[in-house]
Design a protein around this ligand. Structure first.
Ligand code: ASP
Ligand code: MG
Length: 418
């Protein structure tokens, strides 16, 4: 007998038929002899609809009320799924964040979980009931309702799995797993059977939006095995686990991210403290910077160029700050370029293999793609290129590192993903 957490995303509870299917799956799992805790998201589109209403009332709504409002989406799903279980002859109890005692800090709209009291959940499942928990929500020390940030039900699920020491946390979604790259732009992408937390983190933060990043961090911290799979079939998906026992593939995936813009400061005075003041100003205003390159100082040269990337959503704020900065430092010209994409290769095996980065540069050069900036970590190499090359770069790297699925390989169905 296993203790299983099953989390269903918005498309998996999009209507009553889908909720019925969720209830059936939970009961089937129970009949196989397991104890089941279900976590639900709001019905697809519901969180956006609720937040939209708030923004119609006020351009900058009070965050406490936003959380009160947004959390109702999950409450609706939890109660309806519990009713579906009853309808099928099973026993179920819906539970909200405060009932499970999902305690968070008080940071409305992006609260972090501090503690979870698993006893209520364990008591519920030990009585043969399905516990149906509203995802995304918690309660702070003052008893206010909080939410965990967009996509936060993933984090609820993993945190609960860790708290009750579940054997596995199944994440049911509308894709059937994690792919070697985005099947929408690379039809030869393959589903990955097993991947490490570290690689998943790099892929998630690079734009493979299958799991909320924080949920992967939590899973890694507590060693919770996560199974990402589709609610539309019984096919196994992708198991996200610790790296022990995993074959360290040199490159396991190719990710891309179009969400950043490039900023170039030209002829910045080449003296100590200048770069510190530029990035100090940005960080004080919470503009996070990703890649940074500074051209080498020339002996006796008076100026240098500094290039970096920021989120496109921060670009307007960044412009204001940087122009102010440039006036103070003197002499700097500024250029902005939103037409860029960051293409990355990720793989555990890079740690022990030389020449992976140079192979990546070769592949891009072979397609006539110019590289504008490069950054590396232990298990990742990223290149910034013009956004018109997104598809070409991803496909070339996917093929070049041997990730393409063999033509007509049985059992693979990349087209089945959204
Ligand atoms: N309903 C919330 C959202 O859309 C949380 C979730 O679905 O994970 O962000
Ligand atoms: Mg999600």
């Amino acid at each position: 007998m296993a203790l299983i957490v099953q989390k269903f995303g918005g498309t998996s509870v999009a209507n009553l038929d889908r909720m019925h299917a969720v209830a059936e799956r939970a009961l089937r799992t129970q009949r196989e002899g397991h104890e089941v805790v279900v976590i639900v998201s709001a019905m697809a589109g519901e969180t956006n609809r609720l937040l939209g209403l708030a923004h119609q009332v006020s351009p900058v709504p009070d965050m406490r009320e936003l959380d009160s409002l947004a959390s109702t989406g999950e409450q609706v799903s939890a109660a309806l799924v519990a009713l579906c279980v009853h309808r099928l002859g099973g026993e179920a109890r819906s539970l909200l964040g405060h009932q499970v005692q999902i305690r968070t800090d008080g940071a409305f709209t992006k609260a972090r979980i501090r503690t979870i009291d698993g006893s209520k959940l364990l008591e519920t499942v030990r009585r043969g009931r399905v516990a149906v928990v509203a995802g995304f929500q918690g309660v702070d020390d003052e008893g206010n309702i909080t939410t965990l940030g967009r996509g936060g039900s993933d984090t609820t699920a993993v945190a609960i799995a860790a708290a009750i020491k579940a054997d596995v946390c199944e994440i049911y979604t509308d894709v059937d797993g994690v792919y070697t790259t985005d099947p929408n732009i690379c039809p030869r992408a393959r589903k990955i059977d097993r991947i490490s937390y570290e690689e998943m983190l790099e892929l998630a933060s690079l734009g493979a939006k299958v799991l909320q990043i924080r949920s992967v961090e939590l899973a890694m911290k507590y060693g919770v095995p996560v199974h990402v799979r589709t609610s539309f079939s019984d096919r196994p998906g992708t198991l996200v686990v610790g790296e022990e026992g995993l074959e360290a593939v040199v490159v396991s995936g190719v990710a891309y991210d179009k969400s950043e813009a490039k900023v170039q400061l030209i002829n910045v005075p080449d003296r100590p403290g200048v770069v510190a003041s530029i990035f100090g100003t940005l960080s004080k205003q919470n503009v996070s910077v990703d890649m940074i390159i500074q051209s080498p100082s020339r002996e006796g040269g008076a100026t240098t160029d500094v290039t970096f990337t920021v989120a496109k959503t921060d670009l307007a704020r960044c412009k204001e700050l940087i122009e102010q900065c440039a006036r103070q430092i003197g002499g700097a010209g500024i250029e902005y370029d939103p037409d860029i994409v960051k293409v990355s290769i990720v793989g555990l095996g890079m740690r022990s293999h030389a020449g992976v980065a140079s192979r990546m540069f070769e592949i891009l050069a072979g397609e006539g793609i110019n590289i504008q900036a490069i950054s590396t970590s232990e298990i990742k190499v990223s290149c910034l290129v013009h956004s018109r090359y997104t598809e070409l770069a991803v496909r070339a790297l996917h093929e070049g590192f041997g990730l393409d699925r063999a033509a007509g390989a049985p059992g693979e169905d990349a087209a089945a993903t959204a």
